[in-house]
Design a protein around this ligand. Structure first.
Ligand SMILES: NC(=O)c1ccc[n+]([C@@H]2O[C@H](COP(=O)([O-])OP(=O)(O)OC[C@H]3O[C@@H](n4cnc5c(N)ncnc54)[C@H](O)[C@@H]3O)[C@@H](O)[C@H]2O)c1
Length: 434
């Protein structure tokens, strides 16, 4: 049987390289669909947790993983030998930035070398990690061809951007359309067939460069629109107009409008990072991306603005930020997830500490975090903890927080997410909503 027939019969073996926020849900989805999956991961702690049938990703409960691991449908491993035993290899390793704005493709290069060393004829390799156009064909392909095998001739190569939205209860792998493109039509067709096992809709595009750019376009669109919402929030604050009500009103338009919301800044592994990949590539092409530059500038100043707001509000009450007790609510980069990567709350905390504030935090999903300077542990959201605080700053609006308690016992609350507006009584302040 050729690869296409075997995919159709689900008689294929898939290795997912990198079992993080993207790779683990994907591996589990394929395994649940009846495909034998190996997860090649270099982090021994993650492997240990998975081998015990436990999960470290909020969206993938342990009771989904355990039966798959016990039955051998999903095998987490650090042995790269699983790659040569697979028909399809999907690379889901990180693509962060170094020095704030420079793309760091070292994880993709490293994973590519491991795949190359274990590559065999007839396999399909798919890159899912977000990167700029050209990464699949100009960077990954030469690394894979060091094996002596040629893409298109001996093995198939494709790119398919990951679109997972952690914490989203409505859209997951199954009902989020998948974009795919191979370096040649055969590879596109095989990649489409593979993803049809787990996704209801697959959109094939003409080249990996189109697929790579589509991912950067999506996330940069979001980055720019959030920056616009932030800028409008700052203007509305000056003019004494409640921005949230403005956005709610504009959202009643049934066409030509999509709401984005202001906040303490942007976080996560995508929104602050992906536009920098686009900027990097644009600069190489001699193009200015003024929207992206401006969005960076505006979004990056939001944590600073939050701290200024805390300082001003304390000052109005005759208190100084230096020495003030500040309780930060929510440190994850967005609602109802446990990921603190690039979180604006961490930037707010760093600035508060620098200004001399005594900072504690509460987050029902993040028990502790390390900001590179020290380790912080979440405190209980008790009435006493609220009463003792000179100021409470809501940075992330997790659902599982007792906001009535915050209203009842917090004397000064700066709300960067519009959480309290409908509940707040007199004396509560909300940032960007005077
Ligand atoms: N997190 C998201 O919401 C999201 C959404 C869409 C796209 N993406 C993109 O998907 C990619 C992966 O992101 P993530 O959030 O899953 O990252 P992650 O850090 O959560 O997971 C990556 C995993 O890869 C492992 N790894 C690193 N190098 C490896 C190697 N050489 N071999 C094997 N394993 C290796 C790491 O140990 C880690 O477990 C990135 O390009 C990201 O931009 C992420």
């Amino acid at each position: 049987m050729n690869l296409s027939d075997r995919i159709a019969a689900r008689d294929v073996r898939i290795t997912v390289v990198g079992l993080g926020y993207v790779g683990l849900p994907l591996a589990v989805e394929f395994a649940q669909a009846g495909v034998r999956v190996s997860g090649y991961e270099i982090d021994p702690l993650k492997l240990e947790i998975l081998r015990q049938g436990e999960s470290y990703i909020g969206d993938v409960p342990s009771d989904r993983i355990r039966p798959l691991v016990e039955s051998g449908s999903f095998t987490p491993t650090r042995d790269p030998g699983c790659i040569s035993q697979s028909d399809v290899v999907i690379i889901c390793v990180p693509t962060p930035c170094v020095n704030g704005h420079e793309p760091d493709l070292s994880f993709v290069q490293c994973a590519g070398r491991t795949v190359s060393e274990n590559l065999r004829a007839g396999q399909l390799v798919i890159l899912e990690s977000t990167s700029f156009p050209g990464t699949t064909e100009e960077m990954l392909q030469p690394i894979l061809e060091k094996s002596g095998l040629k893409a298109g001739q001996d093995f198939h190569l494709a790119f398919s951007p990951e679109r997972i939205d952690p914490g989203n209860p409505t859209y997951g792998i199954r009902n989020t359309p998948k974009v795919v493109a191979g370096t040649l039509p055969d590879a596109t067709a095989l990649a489409e067939q593979v993803y049809r096992i787990v996704a209801e809709e697959v959109r094939c595009v003409s080249s990996p460069r189109v697929a790579e750019m589509s991912k950067l376009y999506e996330n940069t669109f979001r980055h720019v629109n959030i920056a616009f919402a932030n800028e409008m929030a700052l203007l509305c604050e000056e003019m004494g107009i409640p921005i949230w009500e403005v956005i709610e009103a504009a959202s009643t338009k049934p066409f030509g409008f999509m709401p984005f919301h202001p906040g303490p800044g942007v976080g996560g592994h995508c929104i602050p990072v992906d536009p920098q990949y686009l900027l990097y590539k644009a600069r190489q092409c001699g193009c200015d991306l003024k929207f992206v530059e401006l969005a960076n500038e505006i979004n990056e100043k939001m944590p600073v603005r939050v701290v200024e707001k805390v300082k001003d509000a304390l000052h109005e009450r005759g208190k100084s930020l230096d020495g003030a007790k500040v309780l930060v609510l929510g440190v994850a980069y967005k609602k109802d997830i446990d990921d603190v990567r690039e979180s604006p709350a961490i930037k707010v905390i760093a600035r508060l500490l620098k200004a001399g504030a005594r900072v504690r935090y509460h987050d029902p999903l993040v028990g502790s975090f390390d900001n590179g300077v020290g380790r912080f542990e979440s405190v209980d959201l008790t009435p006493a903890a609220l009463r003792e605080s000179d100021c409470v700053v809501i940075c992330t609006d997790h659902t599982d927080v007792n906001y009535d308690r915050v209203i009842a016992h917090g004397s000064l609350v700066i709300d960067t997410r519009d959480t309290l507006r409908r509940r707040a009584s007199d004396g509560k302040r909300t940032l960007l909503d005077v």
